[in-house]
Design a protein around this ligand. Sequence first.
Ligand code: ADP
Ligand code: MG
Length: 243
Amino acid sequence: MSMIKIENLTKTVGEHKTKVLDRINLEIQHGEMIAILGPSGSGKSTLLKCLAMKESWTDGSFQVGDIDIMKAGFSGKRKISREWAYVEQSPQLHPERTALKNVLIGQAGQTPIWRMLTGMVRSDDYMGAMDVLESLGLLDKAHQKASTLSGGERQRVAIARSLAHGVKVVLADEPITGLDPKSGEDVIKTLRALCSSERVTIITVIPLELAEKYATRIIGLQEGHIAFDIKGRRLTSAERRLL
Ligand code: ADP
Ligand code: MG
């Protein structure tokens, strides 16, 4: 059984019912690293937000394991949202807290309330948090206030926060924008290693060169529909021209 299965996912907006997403069909297995590519305005961010259940859609079915999202009640959706993380282009962090503290405290829903309130942490949580910060190239930023980090660093802190809290699916919208090429590639390499160890599934918007090198699957969007969905090969020149 696929971990995620969506059928004919469609989203229209405005009075002219413009199709932002147009009959998207996708089956995603655990441990995949999926890169979503496409020109600006093709629907990449909207698709990620719909998958993360941050945005509603107009039509289509959405199944996660044996849970039908359209029929799932609050507890079913809550179970999923605890195990999934959506990292937006400008993630929300506590600005006055350090990168480390942001990772430790976690997001609402991922951390027990008492821990959020008291800020108390266990030493193995601390070690785990430092480990993920290191793997995302943030060790030297651990004690820096979130408000002083760059956009790319904040994104990586948000990813680290998800991973430290045992999230199984990470949806990250352009996580390496603003990073220099080497740091960007290191982040993607780390994410790929996490997928290969089958700890997480990643769905992300990254540049073509990195997608071809690290993603296990590449999905090309064009005007809200899937133009190609490929595995284990590079893009053809015809596919490349669609981007
Ligand atoms: P991408 O991330 O590929 O650049 P987006 O998913 O952000 O594209 O947007 C796809 C298109 O849908 C854009 O033309 C955008 O303006 C439009 N769009 C997205 N959400 C809305 C909305 N809520 N209302 C109107 N237009 C929207
Ligand atoms: Mg976008």
